[in-house]
Every structure is written in C-alpha cells, then in structure tokens.
Design a protein around this ligand. Structure first.
Ligand SMILES: *Cc1c(COP(=O)(O)O)cnc(C)c1O
Length: 388
C-alpha cells in the first residue's frame, strides 16, 4: 500500500485527494482493501455502481457481449445500443438519444443541441444558457463554464462564453436573466449533487418549466447524478411532473462502465443531423449491454425500496446528535455535521464504512440494492461517528 501510494504520486497527475484505502475486490455493497479489511460501501463509486461491485447479472451481460464483439464504431449498426436507446425513450417519453462516455460529454451534447435549436429558430445571437449558482455540470471547458461555482473556474479562463447563473429556487432570478439576455436554454440539476446535495423546490422547477415553454427556450435537466433510480424515480424530473426538452445522464447508467446519454424530447429530436456530433466510443456495445441489464432491473419494486431506505436514513439521522441537517432525495443524501465532514468520513473509514463528501457535507450514495441489514449497520456507524 505504501509502495502503491508512492507510485501513484509519482506517475499519476495529482488531481485527486485520495482516501488512504486501496480497494482490491468486493461483492455488492461490501468492499475489501488490500489487507482484507472489510468496508460497507455507501458511495458506490460516486453513484456509479448502481447494483454494487462485481454484480453477476450485470457482469454476465457485459461478458456475453465481450465474447461477441467489444466495439464496432458508430459506422455500423449495433443491437445493444439500439436496445438501450429504445428502453430509455420508452421509459422516459423522450424521443431520441445520443450516447457518449461521460456526464460532461452528455452535457456538451445538450449545449450544442440547444445552441443549434435556438440559432435556427430564433437567430444565432440566442446562444445564452442559464444555469444555477452552486451547480456542477462537468470539467470540460464548456461544462466548466456552465458550472455555477467560481472555485472551478479559477486558472482556466477564458471559458466558453454564453453562460449566466441564476439563484436556485428563485424563479424571478431566472426570469430576469431570460428577459435581459437572448436565451437558448435553462439547465438545472434536480438535486445539486456536488453543490452539497440540495434538491430544487417543486414550485421552482415547475415555474422554470412553464417559463421555458412560454418563451420557447429548451429546458435541459442534468440527471448525470440524479438519474437511473437514484432519487426513487427512474429519473428525478419524474418527481416534479414536468416534461423536459433534454435530459442528460451518465454515472449510474452503465452500472460501473463509462457511458453518457443525452435524450431529446419532441422539440429537438431532429436538431442534430448528419455530421453535427459524434463519438468514437459512444454507445459501445459492451457498455450498452450492461446498461440494458441495469435499466431492466430498475423497476417499481426496486424504486420502492430506494424510497424506503431513504426514509430510513432520514429518520435515523435527522435530529441525531452531531447532525445539523439532512438533505437530498432517495439514496442521494447530504448530512451537515457539527464536526468537519472530512473528519467524519475519515473516522467512518476507520470503522469500515465508506462515505463521500459534497462541499461541507457528508454525502451518501449507496448502491440502489444495498441490503437493508448492511445499510442499518453502516448508518449506525455513521450516526455514532457524528455523535463523537
Ligand atoms: C458527475 C457529474 C457531471 C460530470 O460527469 P463526468 O462523467 O464526470 O463527466 C455532470 N453533471 C452532474 C450533475 C454530475 O454529478
């Protein structure tokens, strides 16, 4: 482990502050480090391992595809990719999908689409995109520009122009920006994940939806983190009774392999045409075959369990000693603690529980299928550590 840490520092760009744990294997929501120490995982690789690690059903689906053909390029037709797109459209009411490899790329696609839609419909000067303060939309130069947090912008100027930041849960702040600027789209995360697990109010989301409809502005919902069952619905926008024009997702969709998806509604399903966009790996057959398996298993029964587990966590931690507040939706939970979040997370690691942070909060993103007994055991530990 010491050797590994030294080599990591020597050979890997120092962009990550890693916890002192080397994960070597695991099953479901139990992970083991190189010394064989056991951990209950409440992070699932940042909402990626929807059914935990080395899930056999998912792994079998990927392996079966690997034994057929692992990659074809997008120059040929490929069944897993089409099957996945059809499932996504059927279950969301969206019309078409573009596949990429990450959340940032899914958002890049959404931004390109919104700009082209507005340019054709209203004129090329209608390029502005309104996002929210405290948002997170990715690490590319354009998705950084879309991210409403100055800390991410420092040292990377000039970013892509045309992004404006409104206050979350303040409809008039969005309206003002729309009025003052030629606007192509509004882009929001239903729950601001990296921003500290802050859900948007239903009234605000509905208001933005109505505003966009009225002004013929595209509503882009960034479901990179909130999607794929995480909030107790297949996609979090379904909690709000709205119909977005574009939905982006990534993280949990692939069950552990990289995939991003940008889904288009009626208004913009045919905006991108031949040559407008592309990706070498996007919709890779092995990844898509795994994602088909994941989506198939995110059914009403599982979503009901996500909600029950969420209620359990909220019930245990709200008002607990050392806990100031609990926020979030479904199995995407932020805990504001009396002691610094980092301290709590490090002590939890010592006690065999892996949690994350988001800004000044402890963040929990367990696998959707984490067994109840394991969850209970882990939450008791988190609770005890908060109370220290
Ligand atoms: C993680 C995240 C992204 C970026 O996804 P990558 O796959 O890391 O590019 C974008 N938006 C939201 C809301 C995210 O949580």
């Amino acid at each position: 482990m010491i050797d590994l840490r030294q080599k990591d520092k020597l050979y890997i760009a120092n962009t990550y502050a890693r916890f002192p744990v080397e994960i070597s294997y695991g099953k479901g929501s139990i992970l083991y480090d190189a010394d064989g120490k056991e951990y209950i995982d409440l992070g699932s690789g940042i909402a990626v391992n929807s059914f935990g690690v080395s899930d056999s059903e998912w792994a079998d689906a990927v392996k079966a595809q690997l034994d057929c053909v692992q990659h074809t390029s997008n120059l040929y037709y490929s069944k897993p990719c089409v099957e996945l797109a059809q499932m996504l459209c059927t279950r969301t009411g969206m019309k078409k999908v573009f596949f990429s490899n990450s959340g940032a790329e899914a958002n890049e696609c959404a931004i390109k689409t919104a700009r082209k839609y507005a340019a054709e419909k209203h004129g090329e000067e209608y390029y502005n995109i309104i996002t929210l303060k405290n948002s997170f939309h990715g690490r590319t130069i354009t998705t950084l520009a879309a991210t409403g947090q100055d800390v991410f912008h420092k040292n990377f100027q000039p970013l892509t122009p045309g992004f404006l930041f409104a206050d979350a849960n303040d409809l008039s702040s969005v309206e003002k920006l729309v009025k003052a600027n030629k606007t192509a789209a509004v882009m929001v995360e239903p729950v601001q994940g990296e921003g500290g697990v802050m859900p948007l109010d239903e009234k605000f989301v509905k208001g933005v939806y109505e505003l966009c409809k009225r002004e013929d502005i595209l509503l882009i919902i960034d479901e990179v983190q909130t999607g794929n069952g995480r909030t107790g619905k297949l996609y979090a926008f379904m909690n709000y009774g709205i119909k977005p024009d574009i939905v982006t997702t990534a993280k949990g969709l692939g069950g552990g392999l990289p995939i991003g998806a940008c889904m288009f509604g009626e208004k913009c399903e045919n905006v991108l045409s031949y040559g407008d966009h592309g990706s070498t790996f996007g919709g890779n057959p092995a990844v898509a075959a795994g994602a088909v398996n994941i989506l198939n298993r995110i059914d009403d029964k599982l979503l009901g369990e996500v909600t029950k587990k969420s209620e359990y966590i909220f019930g245990e931690l709200s008002g607990a000693k050392g806990v100031i507040s609990v926020s979030g939706m479904g199995l995407m939970i932020g805990i504001k603690t009396v002691r610094p979040a980092k301290e709590i997370v490090n002590e939890c690691i010592g006690m065999g529980v892996l949690c994350l942070t988001a800004k000044d909060k402890v963040r929990l993103l367990p696998a959707l299928n984490i067994p109840f007994d394991l969850l209970k055991k882990a939450i008791e530990i988190v609770k005890a550590v908060c109370n220290r």
